[in-house]
Design a protein around this ligand. Sequence first.
Ligand code: ATP
Length: 492
Amino acid sequence: MANEQNIFAELIAHCKEYGYIFQSSEIYDGLSAVYDYGQNGAQLKKNIRDYWWKSMTQLHDNIVGIDAAIFMHPTTWKASGHVDNFSDPMIDNKDSNKRYRVDHLIEAHAEALRVKGDEGAKEADALLQQMDALLAKDDYAGLKKLIDDNQIKCAVSKTANWTDVRQFNLMFKTEFGAVAADNPDENIVYLRPETAQGIFVNFLNVQKTGRMKIPFGIAQTGKAFRNEIVARQFIFRMREFEQMEMQFFIRPGSQMEWYNYWKEERKRWHESLGIPANKLRFHDHVKLAHYADAALDIEFEFPFGWKELEGIHSRTDFDLTQHQAYSKKKMQYFDNDIDPATGKAYGNYVPYVLETSVGLDRLFLTIMSLAYAEEKWTKEDGTEDSRVVLRIPAKIAPTKLAILPLVKKDGLPEIARELMNECKGSFMCFYEEKDAIGKRYRRMDAIGTPFCVTIDHQTKEDNTVTIRYRDNMTQERVAIKDVKDIILKAIS
Ligand code: ATP
């Protein structure tokens, strides 16, 4: 793990050096847990988002996509339960004034026990079991006692001088409109903490205008905001992040069938992005959120351990029923299919919902932590060589093809520009004529460009170029007229 942690630190540095991710407002020393995506990062993020969007909408004829606003009527969040329930149990250390999420504090202690060997691992398991049971009952006094009994200390002050355990709401609030109301609370709006509610409030709009028949899904990608207390591990836990969510509307009673279907389907989808099956696992929730009757996480083995990548939640009819109650608008669907059990139409009901919810930034981090490699080898002449390479799957790599004239003269740049013009309408290309060719290849490896094409003097004679493959560094000679098709085939 120590080595993996070092590699993780190097990956973070690499993301900055090669225009993937920058700390937000870095010139002002940054804003904690907020990040900006640079020229390569924004493109990779877009490619992942597009891949998700296409697989959800284009490849499923019963799923459509929407784009709801970030601001929503404040009653939305009352109805959804977020005003009252979207909180984490927290505890403060009185000496350092540092605030911790209780589950994170206990989990960190369990990890420290685990490194002590078998006995420590047993203790850690028992501790986590007790924590889960207390969390499931919202037993805050019990959680405080567990922390005290295990003499868990603050990482900063090294003392166990704790406050009581309290709830802390994670929603950001802001004011809406320029005129101050008599009652300031009237102006409050929230920055959405999940994109899902934008789908629920539009359920009838989409169902009616799209003439959708159950089962059907509504997909959406977009920003979400959470005032996370402990924001760590780079883009894993951010205060502003992006979600890719799909709500699948189904008949009441069919939720377990769809839960099992979507959990397998989503795991398969991650594998289609090159994530190895043994790096993914399911983790069933013990404590269910206020809206769920079953829930699990698809976890990925990040360099800092197994963590949630995507949530699969059976949300029952909770959200639609709540919006029906608060808005006084019927959130019902008329199902004229025949129920074989009764021989009659299913009739009117509030649909149940199966949700798949994946963090785009977490998936980005997943792809990057799998892609990043530091390689060393011995060349034929006995000397050592090395490179840093991002093995991003070609279909989502930010730049697909680098076009490199060997020298800046003899008409080679003109041929390269012509190839660039032919290809750039179909996929992202990058043109570069500076520096020795080996150096240019290394730079393309470092940003994850899967293909480089070099135009040299032979090109002028026989219209062939060298194509060089990032992953195995092999090169072959191909006709310049075939380049575009070769790349298109490789990324499709
Ligand atoms: P966690 O337990 O890690 O806080 P969660 O269970 O609260 O996550 P969900 O509400 O299920 O997360 O959100 C769905 C997905 O959104 C998560 O699987 C994750 O990929 C992403 N996500 C949630 N919170 C954050 C965050 N603060 N930063 C980045 N991604 C996030």
